[in-house]
Design a protein around this ligand. Structure first.
Ligand SMILES: Nc1ncnc2c1ncn2[C@@H]1O[C@H](COP(=O)(O)OP(=O)(O)OP(=O)(O)O)[C@@H](O)[C@H]1O
Ligand SMILES: [Mg+2]
Length: 373
């Protein structure tokens, strides 16, 4: 599924592959590149092996950023049209004043800065949790044209992948939607990961099935910290100074004004143009993800950004009809309460973690639950 509405032109992989291989092989700690795992906005992700000592060699995933592509996007930061990054905060007002094309431009600017590897690395380095992808090493040689993030390899791939033609999510484990016990196991793991992030004042901001990967033993891991934000514990300590490589930290309480991430997973308040809690928005995206896990389609779906945002703000959740005679199941109760339009009346992440639906599927205290089929 298109990660972001502002699409970035696909690079010519054949042209860059020679440089990448050369880059990896000339390093002291040589990584041997294997198969292609996915495309990133500023590079791509490949499987690799670290050829040190005797085989078997350990496998990793290498996210490769092209400095040239990053530089190209950073130039927008100085474009007189966009002005300072702070202009993003008034996106809706700007839309009224200058039209949607310029707003896309602003979004593109924000996204490019938000995805910069420096901040991603800064955030990921602090994380050590069963449900969060582990960063091992950063290959950042200023003389090289690429920057590499060496992460643990998740051989199970994405929790679900999106079929653009059918507009449906498919699990490679089942060939269709996820059975409730498995969806509950994944949901529980992601919620634990998000609670851990929140404890460290970090919001992920791009929770969706493609960014939730599976290890060989079926454990779910939160990946892709390209949109993540770290907030100051003490709001008074928010830094004002920033460089192109490190966008300014947002307000200390987790409130933001911009629309980072993927539009289909945005919360109603994120579509409003007002400031909103990035933590609440993560919980909303988690529940949209759960909806995709069990029903296989997006609850709010329109190719136009405006109509999509209107749906998110006003349309009721399209739950399967008719409901069971004995009332909605625990799953439907959870989805209805977690996807209430008003964030104040919504279930919190901690409440979601303790919900009866998870108890029904006997989630254990260690985050493991029903077994992968
Ligand atoms: N550690 C990993 N193990 C296996 N596959 C991975 C791993 N990391 C990424 N991938 C694959 O590569 C795809 C793209 O990776 P990722 O989500 O990090 O990039 P992205 O969405 O383009 O990020 P960004 O927006 O920061 O450029 C994933 O959806 C997944 O299929
Ligand atoms: Mg991604």
């Amino acid at each position: 599924m298109a990660s972001h509405v502002e699409e970035v032109v696909e690079p010519d992989w054949d042209a860059v592959i020679t440089d990448e291989v050369e880059w990896c092989e000339t390093r002291a700690n040589a990584f041997c590149i294997g198969r292609h795992l996915g495309n990133g906005s500023f590079g791509r992700v490949v499987q690799c092996e670290r050829r040190v000592g005797a085989p078997p060699f350990r496998e990793f995933a290498l996210k490769i950023y092209s400095r040239a592509r990053l530089r190209k996007h950073h130039r927008f930061a100085h474009d007189p049209l966009t002005g300072r990054l702070a202009a993003i905060t008034g996106e809706r007002k700007v839309a009224a004043e200058v039209g949607t094309r310029e707003v896309s431009h602003l979004r593109s600017l924000y996204r490019s800065l938000a995805s910069c590897p420096a901040r991603q690395v800064e955030i990921m380095r602090r994380l050590w949790h069963r449900n969060i992808i582990l960063l091992f090493e950063v290959l950042d040689d200023t003389s090289a044209e690429s920057i590499g993030l060496v992460m643990e390899f998740c051989s199970g791939g994405c929790s679900m992948s999106y079929d653009e033609a059918d507009r449906r999510f498919v699990s490679s484990a089942t060939g269709g939607v996820l059975p409730e016990p498995l969806a509950a196991q994944y949901f529980d793991g992601i919620a634990r990961g998000l609670l851990y992030l929140r404890d460290r004042c970090i919001a992920h901001r791009d929770i969706k099935p493609e960014n939730l990967l599976l290890t060989e033993d079926g454990t779910i891991r939160i990946a892709d910290f390209g949109c993540a934000r770290c907030f100051a514990r003490d709001p008074a300590a928010v830094t004002v100074e920033h460089t192109d490589d490190a966008p300014p930290e947002a307000s200390g309480d987790g409130f933001v004004c911009d629309t980072a991430g993927t539009y289909y997973f945005l919360s109603p308040e994120a579509c409003s143009g007002e400031s909103y809690s990035a933590y609440d928005a993560d919980a909303w995206a988690l529940c949209i993800t759960l909806f995709c896990f069990v029903f296989g389609f997006l609850p709010f779906d329109d190719e136009g950004v405006g109509p999509l945002m209107d749906q998110i703000k006003t349309q009721p959740l399209p739950l399967p009809q008719p409901l069971p005679d004995d009332g909605p199941s625990h799953l439907l109760s959870l989805l209805t309460a977690a996807l209430a339009k008003d964030p104040k009346s919504r279930l919190t992440l901690s409440q979601l973690s303790a919900h009866q639906w998870l108890q029904e599927h006997s989630m254990h205290g260690d985050g493991s639950g029903a077994s992968v089929p």
